[in-house]
Design a protein around this ligand. Sequence first.
Ligand code: ZN
Length: 308
Amino acid sequence: MTKTAFISHPDTLLHVMDGHHPESPARISAIKEQLARTKTLEHLQIHEAPLATDEQLTRVHSPAYVKRIREIAPPAGIVRLDPDTAMGPMTLSAALHAAGATVLATDLVTAGKAQNAFCCIRPPGHHAGVANAAGFCIFNNVAVGVAHAIAKHGIERVAIIDFDVHHGDGTENIFRDNPHVMLCSTFQHPFYPYRGADTRTERMVNMPLPAMTDGKGFRATVENEFAPALEKFKPQMVFVSAGFDAHALDPLAELRLVREDYIWITDFIKDIAQKHAQGRIVSSLEGGYDLPSLADSANAHVRTLAGL
Ligand SMILES: [Zn+2]
């Protein structure tokens, strides 16, 4: 029996920004259908995400920002937070459940009830900073889980691996000065959000990649840059900002990863977690906008987490 938790929530399908927005509910449906079709789902523990509380959110976001998001949520229509990010009537609930998913995942994994977990949620989170929404993100789901692991479970060193094609600038904004957290982020550069290329530190292991970088270049970067940093840091728990928009077929970006690269990076993360962190991994969906390759890559990621 595998001990991989799969956490989602029905409201994650009800957050709609506008008719043709690439960050659409169909992304979640595509992943769930692929997991069902390939019988991956039968091997997972299925959980419904709870709502994140203000206490959990304000460990990483300012109280004023959380209050503003709660107040601005529209009863009907759309409210814009930035040019790419909007809230509809169900967005607040989806965002609170998305952040709550990583909290539940953290509780399950630290209690040993699950070895690892995948949060199949939206809106994504890694562009959301201490006091701002950005790039389709409202609350920084992974950051909320990381802060919960530190505050509630006494974890002292957490590593975040972010292989989304965009830099996790919100995550860097939140944790840059936090000695408990290491961020290892690969991203296309120059590219949205146009940050991170020159802000590398010992714990902010930012690795810009030129457009057209393929799996070979990606893997070399992970082995040469992430591996030694992680060996030195010795994370007690590993979080993953699992974006699949570095896939060769993704319409928003120009990296060239394929399914085998997502299996490879997941195995790399499992090895690190096995060595230092009792195998504890919490992974949360970020980007990925070509539905077939998103579904296929996410399925491969989850199957590898579950050892299938
Ligand atoms: Zn992305």
